[in-house]
Write a protein that binds this ligand. Structure first.
Ligand SMILES: [Zn+2]
Length: 388
């Protein structure tokens, strides 16, 4: 079996068009329109779900379905997100040998339009060839970069696939099978305001309380599977007021749920201890600062066994296109975390992006091409497994 030929020039052209369309999170409608136009000659079933309405964006997740042809193989879901991070408006892609770069003032948007390009090329190649394949399901999702919001809204009742392949990685020889859980925390500390020069003893500074708390927190890399970070702190109104309000955003990530929860609780406990330490008597009354904390599970850990169907199919597909696939664990969350948590096994594969989320972001064109070939090989191995 020979895979259909991937068209490199067509992919480069398509990628440059896709990144030239602005699509910040929750504003993906123009890219979805473009994808629908691009695919319309193929006569595929396409629809947008209600994720846009639910999250307050201008576009839902775009679903595409290709019926099986000459195969009893199970359906496979391919997924890439349509939104890009800032600075990402007015992207001007430039071809530089075997790479595509931005003009240096914006990201390139290869995260994740390289994935979108590879999936679209796969669909074109399938259409132009007569290769047998099981049902192909595609979800181009929205608002991934602001908390995997589109994927959370995917209704798996609309999905037949037994597993999902998420194109949202860098290197082509990696199967990302493992990533951590994450908690996102919002701390709001109410202190007590007082004139800083006349009567500071009548106030309790939220800044001092939080500084005390942070100095007693373990942060950064805690062990080989857990990290913690205070990301933002906003506080204070004027130099002559004892600060009565502080807001901080923080996160914990861990491959172990127990460690995730323990570290989250330890950070809250550090704040409570600091609040107790700064308790004081004002006007004969015992007063202390107050903490309001909001903890959200941002995503849940995934750890796909190497003998599972998605892992094996991707491994064999990689070998088929000349890649020695290696397992990889990452510290970030992707849509694969969401699909796994919903009960749909998913792994992440690369699509050639490099230094994403920076203005140095660039795309390796050879890898982009290879990503489309790997997707075709996944379809082929998925079919072959059903015949064997
Ligand atoms: Zn991404």
């Amino acid at each position: 079996m020979k895979l259909p030929n991937v068209n490199r020039d067509r992919m480069v052209d398509l990628f440059c068009k896709l990144v030239s369309i602005d699509s910040p999170s929750k504003q993906e409608a123009k890219v979805a329109d473009f994808i629908e136009d691009y695919l319309s000659p193929l006569g595929l079933k396409m629809w947008r779900d209600d994720a846009g309405i639910k999250i307050g964006g201008n576009c839902g997740n775009l679903h595409v379905r290709v019926p099986a042809r000459g195969s009893k193989a199970p359906a496979v879901l391919f997924s890439s997100h349509m939104d890009t991070v800032m600075p990402g408006l007015g992207i001007k892609p430039r071809i530089d040998g075997d790479f595509i770069r931005s003009d240096g003032t914006t990201v390139l948007g290869a995260d994740d339009k390289a994935g979108v390009t590879a999936i679209l090329e796969m669909l074109k190649c399938v259409h132009e060839s007569d290769m047998p394949h099981g049902p192909i399901e595609v979800i181009f999702d929205v608002a991934e970069e602001i908390g995997l919001m589109g994927a959370f809204e995917v209704d798996l009742a609309q999905v037949q696939a037994k597993y999902a392949i998420v194109l949202d990685g860098e290197d082509m020889d990696q199967i990302i099978y493992k990533s951590p859980s994450a908690n996102r925390m919002l701390y709001e500390i109410e202190g007590i305001a007082a004139h800083a020069g006349m009567c500071p003893e009548r106030g309790i500074s939220a800044i001092e309380v939080f500084a005390e708390a942070v100095s007693n927190m373990k942060l950064g890399r805690l062990d080989d599977e857990t990290t913690a970070n205070i990301g933002t702190v906003e506080a204070g109104r004027a130099t002559n007021i004892v600060c009565d309000r502080l807001v901080s955003r923080a996160e914990v990530r861990s491959h172990s749920i127990q460690k995730l929860e323990a570290q989250t609780q330890a950070m809250t406990a550090a704040i409570q201890n600091a609040i107790a330490k700064y308790e004081r008597v004002i006007d004969g009354q015992s007063r202390k600062a107050n903490l309001k904390e909001t903890i959200k599970r941002e995503f849940t850990a995934m750890d796909i066994p190497h003998n599972s169907l998605p892992y094996r199919v991707v491994f064999e597909a990689g070998t088929f296109v000349g890649l020695q696939m290696k397992p990889a664990a990452i510290g970030g969350g992707t849509n694969a975390n969401v699909y796994n948590a919903k009960g749909l096994p998913a792994v992440v594969i690369g699509c050639g992006m490099r230094q994403e989320h920076t203005t140095n972001e660039h795309l390796a064109i050879n890898d982009l091409e290879l990503a489309a070939r790997l997707c075709l090989a996944i379809l082929f191995k998925n079919h072959e497994a059903s015949v064997a």
